[in-house]
Design a protein around this ligand. Structure first.
Ligand SMILES: C[S@@+](CC[C@H](N)C(=O)[O-])C[C@H]1O[C@@H](n2cnc3c(N)ncnc32)[C@H](O)[C@@H]1O
Length: 155
């Protein structure tokens, strides 16, 4: 398995992570997708991660995982001029298909049980959602967002 190639020069960079995740398999799966689809890093907020069998590509050897104890710590350590993008269902959210990804973005996913709180969403620069009445698995959601970014930057 290898990483996507032919990414445009002005593609920027992105990271993706989950806040207070409950199932470590989802981090392993997200890490694998993130590496393959061109992320520069992934992260967890609130809960540390132990290596999982779901990451069969050994993504930990390819892109780093950062851990933040709190959402505030994540915000304080955002790369310069980088937008925080909340990924969550809701009437206020913009459908992913209509969304133009920022050059430099950090995508934040909610936990498997409670999702992202309104308080956290309100501190992000944008809010995007995938279609459907029911929530998708969090790692699947993150993978689709990254695929959308890849497609829009390479069309
Ligand atoms: C399994 S969902 C959380 C479900 C939670 N029980 C709820 O009712 O919100 C976990 C995370 O996946 C992401 N997610 C799942 N489906 C989504 C969708 N259709 N649009 C945007 N984000 C989604 C969000 O980041 C969400 O916080």
């Amino acid at each position: 398995m290898s990483r996507v190639k032919n990414i445009k020069d002005d593609y920027g960079f992105f990271g993706i992570g989950i806040i207070n995740n409950t199932d470590e398999i989802n981090i392993g799966t997200l890490w694998r997708s993130a590496f393959i689809l061109g992320a520069s890093f992934i992260f967890t907020v609130g809960k540390k991660y132990k290596l999982e069998g779901s990451d069969v590509t050994k993504s930990w050897t390819k892109i780093p995982l950062y851990h933040y104890q709190t959402f505030d710590e994540l915000k304080q350590n955002l790369p310069f001029s980088t937008q925080l993008v909340a990924v969550e269902m809701g009437d206020e959210a913009m459908p992913l298909g209509e969304y133009t990804h920022p050059d430099r973005a950090v995508y934040l996913l909610g936990n498997e049980i409670s999702g992202l709180s309104d308080q956290i969403v309100s501190q992000c620069q944008s809010l995007i959602k995938l279609p459907g009445e029911y929530s998708l698995n969090v790692a699947v959601t993150g993978s689709i967002v990254m695929y959308d970014r890849f497609n829009k930057n390479n069309s």
